[in-house]
Design a protein around this ligand. Structure first.
Ligand code: HGA
Length: 609
């Protein structure tokens, strides 16, 4: 989604802003712009389309200055046009904004009555005029931003500069992530650390309601009451290599291939702890888990499917009731709370707005046992949770989540096993067996990756199709859902997933020779049932594409294509079977020529509602 970068330095910051915006491109956007304070004027360049087009325009106009802000916009209010692109300017005040201002219509009426003319259809422009209005009333830039934000309802991360304050930059956050980068005689603002990592690793994460003023020499942060406050400094460990493509064609391909490493890194804590101990989830975990009567998982998209896999594990392994709900549904429904339940939120970025709001809602209902499964340290959701399990996937740039999903599954499996152990359901020999399977997991993932050439040959057959069905049973049904989602997201082929047993209750009507049917069919206790479901498809002329493992006893035949993982890996099988469906989506998209890393209409880190 939208990205923010800002810099104040003793050098030309335009290249810093452009590079920062390029590093934010992965989040998804439709237009980009920068504004700089040059002497006593504000100059800005905005373009719809790519940052590189805006860069060319900025060079042509000779933009160069030591103070500036930049933005990649993913439109929520107002179409994708140059006049709606950020920065927005009000008489020398320039501002970029992530989020949604809910009372923008009332503010627009009020500001129009005060004589302000609007140039865009965005909710954002009201903020620029509000700040100008308060500057006109005699406040300085920081005070004007603080006064304006008190009048806003909704979510925002803001970076603001003014021609009347050429030695400072002001920022504010509420509901959207924002951080400050500390340099040597220069300072930065960013919505995501990747935007400034080339300049500094020293960062301060702003808290809800904070404002801050940055000069060359220093940074002052104020809390929601306007009182000065000290926020801790962190050293970011995001690696530059994780932000570069290296020898791969796409970040998605790179991230699919990084999974053995990502899973190995995520497993380190578990293997080091020599077992499934509450301490894996935080210092308070023994207390939080004590007497847990049930688990409520809240998540969106791919993370929701990770939650569905976890539901099978938590009930089967730990014997603890588990429910999974889409966060955007939970947050708006009358929920019957049970403080004995553990609330588990899953979010790659830790900033997913619907998941954050669902967590806040659960807490408002009296839930105090909260755990976040997250890939980004110090992000909002883990900070709002008592416990956290950090997946160690590294930066995920491709919009379609891959390594974040499989590492989330590792964390959720550890949760199921830990709850089982606490409940007396995990005998020592089974625990040792699980640890052993986890140790071998990176190798099993690598074996699945080695199937890529065979999967790529299937993709050729998929690419001309308009629809596909995915089937699975039990713990592999969520993997069918994830496979269908991946195919939809990046190849734009309409795909649906069903529990294979549901076939005859409706979707069988869709099956004919034009409908490829992908089946996740490992050698587990449901294999014979799945085989019957496959017969139902064949009998209607449907073409089957089956992912199985070496231990199953069926082979390819007329209309039945089979790809086999080398061996069945037991309880961790859904993690291994994720790899083929990721590769199938990737190669199908490649064959169709879509923009794999930036699929149309989608964005990474969904920080708006
Ligand atoms: N509401 C603003 C910013 C949108 C945003 O944050 N998207 O991620 C706009 O539409 O310009």
């Amino acid at each position: 989604m939208c990205g923010i970068v800002g810099a104040i330095a003793g050098r030309d910051v335009v290249p810093v802003l452009i590079e920062g915006l390029k590093r934010l491109e992965y989040r998804g956007y439709d237009s980009a712009g920068i504004a700089v304070v040059e002497g006593d004027t504000v100059r800005r360049v905005r373009r719809t389309g790519r940052v590189s087009e805006m860069e060319v325009a900025a060079q042509a106009e000779g933009l160069a200055a030591s103070l500036g802000i930049g933005h990649t916009r993913w439109a929520t209010h107002g179409g994708v046009t140059e006049s709606n692109a950020h920065p927005h300017v009000s008489q020398g005040v320039a501002l970029v904004h992530n989020g949604i201002i809910e009372n923008h219509e009332a503010q627009r009426e009020r500001l129009t009555a005060l004589g302000y003319a609007f140039e865009s259809q965005t909710d954002t422009e009201v903020i620029a005029h509000l700040i100008h209005h308060h500057l006109d009333g005699g406040l300085d830039l920081l005070q004007a931003v603080q006064a304006a934000t008190r009048e806003l309802e909704g979510a925002y991360a803001l970076a603001v500069v003014s021609r009347d304050a050429p030695d400072r930059m002001v920022c504010a956050r509420m509901g959207c992530p924002l951080l400050i980068g500390l340099g040597d005689g220069e300072n930065f603002i960013a919505s995501d650390v990747s935007a400034i990592i080339q300049a500094t690793r020293r960062v301060i994460f702003l808290e809800e309601g904070d404002t801050a003023e940055l000069t060359h020499a220093g940074v002052a942060v104020y809390d929601e009451t306007g009182a000065p406050v000290a926020r801790g400094e962190h050293l970011s460990d995001v690696s530059l290599a994780s932000l570069e493509l290296g020898p791969y064609r796409h970040f998605m391909q790179k991230e699919i291939h990084e999974q053995p490493r990502a899973i190995g890194d995520t497993l380190e804590a578990i293997i080091d702890a020599a077992g499934f101990e509450p301490g894996l989830f935080g210092a308070d975990a023994a207390e939080v888990f004590d007497g847990v009567r049930g688990v409520q998982i809240l998540a969106c998209g791919t993370s929701y499917y990770a939650g569905l896999v976890a539901q099978y594990w938590i009930e089967a392994i730990a014997g603890v009731p588990c429910r999974v709900e889409i966060a955007s549904e939970y947050r708006y429904r009358k929920v019957v709370p049970d403080p004995g339940h553990l609330i588990v939120t899953i979010s790659q970025s830790g900033e997913t707005l619907d998941t954050m709001e669902a967590l806040k809602y659960a807490k408002s209902l009296g839930h105090t046992r909260t755990l976040s499964i997250c890939n980004v340290p110090e992000s909002a959701i883990p900070r709002a949770s008592r416990l956290v399990f950090y997946t160690r996937a590294g930066a995920e740039i491709g919009v379609a989540s891959t390594k974040a999903f499989t590492t989330q599954l590792v964390g959720l499996f550890a949760l199921a096993a830990t709850l089982a152990k606490l409940g007396g359901h995990l005998p020592a020999e089974r625990e040792a067996e699980y640890i052993d399977s986890l140790r071998h997991l990176p190798g099993s993932i690598q074996h699945a990756l080695n199937l890529e050439p065979q999967i790529a040959s299937w993709a050729e057959r998929f690419s001309p199709r308009h629809h596909a069905l995915f089937l699975g049973r039990g713990v592999h049904y969520p993997i069918a859902l994830e496979g269908a989602l991946k195919l939809k997201e990046i190849s734009y082929i309409h795909a649906e997933a069903y529990p294979a047993g549901e076939l005859k209750h409706g979707p069988l009507a869709l099956v004919d020779a034009d409908m490829p049917v992908v089946v996740i069919a490992p050698k587990d206790e449901l294999l014979e049932k799945v085989k019957s479901n496959m017969q139902e498809v064949r009998a209607r002329g449907g073409e089957l594409f089956v992912f199985t493992d070496a231990d199953s006893n069926f082979g390819a035949s007329e209309g039945v294509h089979v790809i086999r993982a080398p061996r069945h890996v037991g309880v961790l099988s859904p993690i291994v079977h994720t790899i083929p469906v990721q590769l199938l989506a990737y190669h199908t998209a490649l064959a169709r020529g879509t923009d794999v890393d930036k699929p149309r209409n989608l964005a990474k880190s969904v920080t708006v509602e």
